[in-house]
Design a protein. Sequence first.
Length: 394
Amino acid sequence: MLNKKSIKDINVAGKTILLRADFNVPLSGHNVTDDTRIRAVLPTLEYLIKHNAKVVMASHLGRPKGEYKPELKLDPVADRLSELLGRPVAKAGRVRGPEVNEMIEKLKEGELLLLENVRFESGEEKNDPELAARLTDKVDLFVNDAFGTAHRAHASTSGVAAHVPAVAGLLMKKEIETLSRCLEDPPRPMVAILGGAKVSDKINVIRRFLELADNLLIGGGMANTFLAAQGYDLKNSFYEKEQLDLARSILEESGSCRCRFALPDDLVATAELKDNSPYEIVKPDRVPDQLMAVDIGPESAARFGRVVSDAGMVVWNGPLGVFETPPFHKGTETVARAVAESRAYSIAGGGDLVAALEALSLSSQFSFISTGGGAALEFWEGKKLPGIEVLEDK
Ligand code: ADP
Ligand code: MG
């Protein structure tokens, strides 16, 4: 298993720390509408404050693509952080420069400074060494707590480690430890559930779970692609025509592996994707003309639920239907309730799945909710994540 140093393995007292966090939160004007990602970094911040570090925080927000976008400034994050911590959080107007360096030099032990959105700098996503050098001009140590961005080699997630020692924050440490549990001797049976829109986003993770899991349950748009690959005519359903060959070869692989691979055998089909639009429950070979499959059907959801109830571990990425449009959240809900009621150690990841579980008030009943979507997938695939690779080994 990855054994990276964390802030608990070093002396942080009196040190000036560059903390990369993932404060990429949804905003409505100046209001943070979901502060889950901010809360996730609080244990690290509280630890650093308590141990007398001086903390300079960096994060991205949205996709400003190297340009200054006033609506993507991090001021609302600084305000929310300050509320949550009950202490002031200074906010720099820029990512770097003499004024910023001056603010950093003035920090006292236990004080916090939030830099401006790092993606206002064109060098951030290019992993520009010059930006990485400037970000670390006045700091002693780099702490990476941005698991959600760890699969990106950017200046503030990886480049900075060329200049100062780098260790994991407590969230990063927890993500690495928890997500590793399904890769190394998981409690069995281990059930993997994959949903979401596209097979193409998750091919490698499908293959990996075919090796690792005892059961692999597939739903969502992804299931449509597999069903189409089996020859069903899904009429107006979303599926990936360019991935049919790949889906066929995965189906073939699944025939010869120990893992039991399951697709839905009933579907919820509708003519129009709008709230409470009329629908039919159909078999994959009976999807009526003009209709599209938007959720797994009730029989499949109950069957998936039964598999989950016997699990020792459940790992789940991606919703099983178009959960944003009720009642097409029902398949996801039925299976999520089965997970909540099971004795399994349960891990959920993926922005949309986590949003669905939040909306159903079920996320607190999962053992662990990952803050990584793409990062968690790459971690499970076994890829080396640049933001983790740069951290010192124990
Ligand atoms: P996550 O963010 O959890 O990894 P994805 O981004 O891969 O999930 O996919 C989420 C999207 O998949 C949602 O917007 C959902 O509406 C869509 N989706 C799920 N099932 C279907 C379906 N049957 N047809 C079309 N889209 C679907
Ligand atoms: Mg998504």
